[in-house]
Design a protein around this ligand. Structure first.
Ligand code: AMP
Length: 197
């Protein structure tokens, strides 16, 4: 099973991807997590990405496509993976198609988590509060200013992917405003339908 979770920042992609990966023994591929790890490790990619990530902008297509191309070659991805935060541009989506086609495979489904835009800021603020309460470190881009830039990047660069995958017959949309468990159930229902088709 190869699937994408699509949605704006704060839609719950990471939470759902992590839980789904456990339920289905799939690998969660979050370019955001990979880039944050690169920043922390001080690699060349991390140095290139750090400032743009902090501002809420998008890291260059070349960098993220390179990261994903390398990662999906790893043996643990053979069984399937969940892409969370990738692709974010049409160029990334086209590169992903090309990569998968060259491996004789393709995407099974793209699940869009639809959320009320007005709820996103409070979701991000909650996430920051919960992380602090748990003794963690708040993401450098979990603040109102960077969120504005992240949302802008989403609507300008990523939202066109909804049409792209709809046209390919891969898109399914679910209510991302529901409780975490309900969203998980909606995802399981879609995957179940796919498997029994
Ligand atoms: P995320 O954890 O998915 O919210 O990603 C955090 C940040 O990492 C984003 O705001 C971007 O700066 C960068 N990033 C993650 N994935 C991508 C991607 N596919 N394309 C470009 N930038 C990305």
């Amino acid at each position: 099973m190869k699937l994408i979770l699509l949605g704006p920042p704060g839609a719950g992609k990471g939470t759902q991807a992590e839980a789904l990966a456990k339920r289905r023994s799939l690998v969660q591929l979050s370019t955001g997590d990979m880039l944050r790890a690169a920043v922390k490790a001080g690699t060349e990619i991390g140095r290139k990405a750090e400032a743009v990530m902090k501002s809420g902008g998008l890291v260059s297509d070349d960098i993220v496509i390179g990261i994903i191309a390398e990662r999906i070659e790893q043996p643990d991805c053979a069984h399937g993976f969940i892409l969370d935060g990738f692709p974010r541009t049409l160029a990334q989506a086209a590169a992903l198609d090309k990569l998968l086609t060259s491996k004789g495979t393709g995407l099974d489904i793209v699940i869009e988590l639809k959320v009320d835009d007005g709820a996103l800021l409070s979701r991000i603020e909650n996430r920051a509060r919960e992380t602090l309460a748990a003794g963690g470190t708040v993401r450098a881009d979990d603040n109102a200013e960077a969120l504005k830039t992240r949302l802008w990047a989403y609507y300008r660069e990523t939202a066109p992917l909804i049409g792209y995958y709809f046209a390919k017959g891969k898109l399914r949309t679910i209510d991302g405003m529901a409780a975490i468990q309900d969203v998980a159930r909606q995802i399981d229902t879609l995957i179940g339908e796919l498997e029994s088709a």
